[in-house]
Design a protein around this ligand. Structure first.
Ligand code: BGC
Ligand code: ZN
Length: 370
């Protein structure tokens, strides 16, 4: 069957003829790929800065944001049958018996860093016609989310980020969680840094939680990302027109920052205006560029004097995947047009080279299989 992969030793992106997988265990499921999202990580792997084929293979099949349809189930699979839609997760546990997070199904917190990742790190990805996966790594998707569920994986980053944020903010014991039905974030201000797919999905999640949301991104208005942000009730502000200090003046206390720009300099510059008792959530994975100047003393003073917390979020537990599917359903109810508009292109496999190595365009581009 056909797949899209990289051959790092030859620095090549190629269409690959990959053997069709077969079930090899009672809890396994064979899935027909329907859609695969293209993201910055995939594009980075195509520069050969990142990504590693499985042991013994020359190539790595790409793709970690996927929606598929069950075609065959192992003897002991229950609750999923042919025709059901599923989304696979990315990380797989390390083999170390003493790695407690991995042993408890929380490889997103793996302590040995010997975890693997489908489509990224030592495991083939989903940019191919079929794949086989253990049931425990698949999340069921209702048929009503057929057109959106390819975005579940990037949304899990926000789901896990918010779960962690609320755990950390439990320290603010006087804040009363969600008693009025307006959301735990009601009365709090969030700034989303960046208006790509991670940023806009994060903004939707924050709006759902009741936050007042400000999307802070480069391009001045009008632009279609700003339109999407404003259609979900967020305010869009261009960093070309408004400095972080001016932003903080407009917002008031910045209770939460959701970084979705993947760029160190901009991210630490915004950290200077994080508010009192605020939390800063990092999602980006920038390529290393050497030292960059930051206002280290100012940051450090603020972190101490303002009780600030900084957390990173890499996806994700099965719970985060289930929450992402649930919340995509909520987004669909509240903002059907905005959430649909995040997918700016659906392409055939023939477009893979342009999507992976050409100029980045739109918001979320998807390759359709089948
Ligand atoms: C994926 C994560 C992965 C990370 C780094 C991201 O694009 O969403 O699952 O861990 O890349 O490899
Ligand atoms: Zn990704």
């Amino acid at each position: 069957m056909k797949g899209v992969g990289v051959v790092p030793t030859r620095r090549e992106l190629a269409l690959i003829d990959h053997p069709e997988p077969v079930l090899a265990g009672d809890y396994q499921i064979k899935v027909k790929t329907l859609e695969v999202g293209v993201c910055g990580t995939d594009r980075e792997i195509c520069t050969f800065a990142y990504g590693r084929p499985p042991a013994g293979d020359e190539y790595l099949l790409l793709g970690h944001e996927c929606l598929g349809e069950v075609v065959e189930t192992g003897a002991k699979v229950s609750g999923l049958k042919a025709g059901d839609l599923v989304v696979p997760s990315v990380r797989r546990p390390c083999p170390e018996p003493t790695c407690r997070p991995c042993r408890e199904g929380r490889q997103d917190f793996c302590r040995t860093w010997d975890f693997t990742e489908r489509g990224i790190n030592q495991r083939h990805g989903f940019m191919t016609e079929y794949f086989v996966e253990e049931q425990s790594y698949l999340t069921p998707v209702p048929a009503s989310l057929r057109e959106l569920a390819v975005m579940a994986e990037p949304l899990t980053i926000a789901e896990k980020g918010m779960t962690q944020a609320w755990q950390v903010q439990k320290r603010l014991t006087w804040e009363h969680p969600n008693t009025d039905g307006l959301g735990r974030g009601h009365g709090l201000n969030a700034v989303v840094l960046g208006a790509g797919p991670i940023g806009l999905l994060g903004a939707m999640k924050l709006r759902l939680e009741g936050f007042k949301v400000f999307v802070y991104s480069r391009s001045p208005k009008p632009n279609f990302k700003a339109d999407i942000a404003e259609s979900i009730g967020a305010k869009y502000i261009s960093s070309k027109e408004v400095t972080p200090e001016q932003l903080a003046q407009k917002v008031g206390n910045i209770d939460l920052v959701y970084e979705a720009v993947g760029e160190g300099h901009v991210s630490f510059d915004l950290m200077r205006v994080l508010g009192i008792n605020g939390i800063y959530i990092f999602t980006g994975i920038p390529a290393e560029k050497g030292p960059i100047p930051v206002f280290a003393d100012n940051l450090m003073r603020n972190i101490t004097l303002k009780n600030q917390a900084i957390v990173g979020t890499v996806n994700a537990s099965p719970d985060s995947f289930a929450e992402a599917i649930h919340d995509l359903g909520e987004f669909q109810k509240r903002w059907p047009n905005a959430v649909k508009a995040l997918i700016t292109g659906r392409h055939t496999i023939d477009a893979h080279r342009e999507l992976l190595t050409g100029r980045a365009t739109g918001i979320k581009n998807v390759i359709r299989f089948g």
